[in-house]
Design a protein around this ligand. Structure first.
Ligand code: GLN
Length: 494
């Protein structure tokens, strides 16, 4: 008998509707799974047992009344702890916000609740989403469910790990430079970043506003599309949200790759990419071509500079966004005696961890008079070049493919003392953040250490349907259904 915690969202939804089990049963299954895995994993910062229980009971009551608001009704879902949840602690994994309970729900959270989802709790992350390993959390790191000596990736490592072990059926994270796709790759689950503006950022604690996007983690491509369906679309509370018709993503999975032109990004297949990762990605490219796609090599020459541009733009925006944490309105306030300025500077020194401080210093410097054009201005020009590279690639091909991460998971502690090595983890994911275009990571196999390898599919702006169609083909070709050893059994396909 399959443990309910191992079902996909789609399979769980079928069981709920046939009356085979209830939403409370599903919640009990993920809670049981969390009680087995959390001691080693630490995927969650907060488990909202009471709130989840009453949401699950409400979903069961709705089913009993014949009310059905859609595929997420009664499904336990986790949220990265940088999304505001009314009355439930939201910390961004920072001492600065320890104990803070937001007075409102983020738009994504409100939409999930309206869709009948059961919010299980808040997952761990690198402080303020700055990092690639979830080691920068002020409340202890999350571990990789395939091998707890390794990192889960980051910054949404808690969400990725929870979905991988079945302590949630799906989860949401935020992706500024790869924070959904890279941990998804390292934990063997599906993670996607939507087109900038497709999903509201209202209530997401801001890191770098021109790059931040919320997106889903799931155990199948179909689940991922189902989760995106529930949250996408215009929001009057986010001035950058796109006002337009939203397609039905979960209805866009069939069709295969026959006749499609697929570009494999040569600049992301060379030096610095682990040989096993490269081998798995080119093996998949061959299979896509056997399945009827025309696969060609495509260059994105400016990607060479994308990482450097990102590590100026993101810190610059973060230095501005994080200026609000000054001890005055909310969050930590230092007890130091002295002037207001003393209070503010001590508050910030006490509340922020070392990586956040490094980013604020870098960003403030890059924006300062006399340096602005040389650093920030130059980085913005590189961003334009990256966008142009993508635009000219999409004149030749329909979608682009690459590894998601240059390596599989790395040991805990290995890169934490070396920021440059850590930053390099994002080399394959950052270009799509700079261009604002959608991208997804799909697991395609394991390396010889038994750690998952992620395959990235990138598409033009608002090309999610095509991206999902290719991702579904990759998923079915790879037949990757293995589950992290920390979870007990196999995922049941829908
Ligand atoms: N790892 C990248 C960084 O540290 C990306 C983070 C993110 O996407 N939130 O900035």
């Amino acid at each position: 008998m399959t443990d309910l915690a191992d079902l996909t969202i789609v399979a769980a939804g079928r069981g709920l509707r046939s009356g085979e089990f209830s939403s409370v049963d599903l919640l009990d299954a993920v809670t049981r799974r969390a009680s087995i895995t959390e001691a080693q994993l630490h995927a969650y910062l907060t488990l909202d047992k009471k709130g989840a229980r009453s949401a699950a009971e409400a979903a069961d009551a709705a089913f009993a009344d014949g009310k059905d608001v859609g595929p997420l009704q009664g499904i336990p879902i986790a949220l990265k702890d940088n999304m505001c949840t009314i009355g439930v602690e939201t910390t961004a994994a920072s001492q600065m916000l320890a104990g803070w309970k937001p007075p409102y729900d983020a738009t994504v959270v409100r939409r999930l609740k309206d869709a009948g989802a059961v919010v299980t709790g808040k997952t761990n992350l690198d402080e303020f989403a700055m990092g690639s390993s979830t080691e920068n959390s002020a409340f202890g790191e999350t571990r990789n469910p395939w091998n707890p000596d390794f990192v889960p990736g980051g910054s949404s490592g808690g969400s990725a790990a929870a979905v991988a072990v079945g302590s949630a059926f799906g989860a949401f994270g935020s992706d500024t430079g790869g924070s959904i796709r890279q941990p998804a790759a390292l934990c063997g689950v599906v993670g996607m970043k939507p087109t900038y503006g497709l999903v509201s950022r209202y209530g997401l604690i801001a890191f770098a506003s021109s790059l931040d996007q919320i997106g889903p983690f799931a155990r199948s491509v179909e689940d991922s599309a189902t989760l995106l369906d529930a949250i996408a679309g215009w929001d009057r509370f986010d001035s950058t949200s796109i006002d337009g018709a939203v397609p039905n993503f979960s209805g866009s999975l069939d069709g295969g790759v026959g006749g499609l032109r697929i570009g494999i990004v040569s600049d992301l297949m060379g030096e610095g990419i682990d040989t096993q990762v490269r081998g798995a990605v080119s093996g998949m490219a061959d299979k896509l071509s056997e399945a009827g796609a025309e696969v060609v090599e495509v260059g994105l020459p400016s990607t060479e500079f994308a990482l450097s541009a990102y590590y100026l733009i993101a810190p610059a925006e973060c230095s501005s966004n994080l200026a609000r944490f000054d001890g005055v309105r909310y969050g930590h306030r230092s007890n130091v005696e002295g002037t207001t300025e003393d209070m503010m500077s001590h508050t910030r020194a006490e509340g922020f961890g070392p990586e956040v401080i490094r980013r604020i210093l870098l960003g403030t410097y890059a924006l300062s008079a006399g340096y602005y054009d040389a650093f920030y201005g130059q980085a913005q020009r590189v961003r334009t070049l990256v966008r142009r590279d993508f635009a000219s690639a999409y004149e030749k091909v329909d979608v682009l493919i690459s590894p998601t991460s240059p390596t599989t998971a790395f040991p805990v502690g290995e890169r934490s003392a070396d920021p440059i090595a850590m930053y390099y983890s994002d080399v394959c994911t950052i270009p799509s953040n700079l261009s604002g275009e959608p991208a997804i990571s799909v697991p395609i196999g394991l390396d010889d250490k038994g750690l998952p390898i992620g395959f990235q599919v990138m598409a033009p702006s608002l090309g999610e349907e095509l991206m999902y169609r290719v991702a579904a083909a990759v998923e079915s070709i790879s037949e990757f259904t293995k589950r992290a050893p920390l979870a007990s059994s196999e995922v049941v396909a829908p």
